[in-house]
Design a binder for this molecule. Sequence first.
Ligand code: SF4
Ligand code: SF4
Ligand code: SF4
Length: 317
Amino acid sequence: MMEKKLRQEAKALLEQKRVDWIVGFESGSLKFTTTPLITRNVADTERLVINPFITNNLANFLTEIEGRVGIVAKGCESRSIVSLIQDNKVDREDLVILAVPCPGIIDLAKIERLVGKDRDELDDITRDGDKVSVKVDGKKKDFAVADVLFDHCLACELPTPTKYDILLGEPRQPTPDLKVSGQNIAGLKALTSAERWTKWQDEMSRCIRCYACRNVCPACFCERCFVEETEPQWVMPMPQWPDNLIFQVIRNIHVAGRCTDCGECERVCPVNIPLRSLTREMYDIVDELFKFKSGMDKDALPLMVHYEQEEAEEFFK
Ligand code: SF4
Ligand code: SF4
Ligand code: SF4
């Protein structure tokens, strides 16, 4: 239903010249994947899809597209869009937001682990309410949806965008389960600081510095990233664990107050570094210290330009 409405609305937006571009999802070349579709061609709108595998955060493309854009937005994407508006990176007047009330996105890696098979060996994956059925070797296995969604979807605070122009389905209420979603982070916190240091040293030793985590992130929009600076040279370009760690520490500080816990950086990491353990922890610290949740209010000042007397260290007062 949502998909049909999306295609109709996107077609009308292009035909009526209300937008120059449509940004959405189409089926990917691999099984159970989608890929971003960015088009100004009316006929392409027939390729738009909405399914349990629309993973990317499409807000990431907004800083690169010129003209008016009709963009498909799940809740987390809508928060990233709002965050970009707050930072004056995107003009709300140039957007038509096609809002998807989002039931959560299926983490294929979790399904592969649960059934012990690679995606190419799976025949079908379907979702019916709170149940996900996986067909493999002609047999059907059922899983609770909470066992197969991305961790960040289990913590989702805004499944339905609040700022939109066209709503594509019935709004969904948030039902965050922070305990299940935060299991990995709780496991890290339970370690001693020495054990945690060793753990991150091991994790960062595997980083190949491909920068996929940065490139996929809508909150990482600097024209020239500090890692590419040579005067001064903040980090060495070759991947070594101390520089890899510094890269992530600085990146996390840069996206503090902009990160919407969309989970994309962790999903795209080719060596499966648990990056959400850093980004979600920073998200929670920002919330705890400043009562600030990224991308919830387009009229709020961005976190880093907002100052209140009681926040100041003694020597500033
Ligand atoms: S975080 Fe929320 S809005 Fe984003 S994909 Fe997950 S459930 Fe959907
Ligand atoms: S995506 Fe993973 S491997 Fe690539 S730079 Fe980021 S942390 Fe390193
Ligand atoms: S840091 Fe990661 S989780 Fe946060 S907005 Fe960027 S891609 Fe999404």
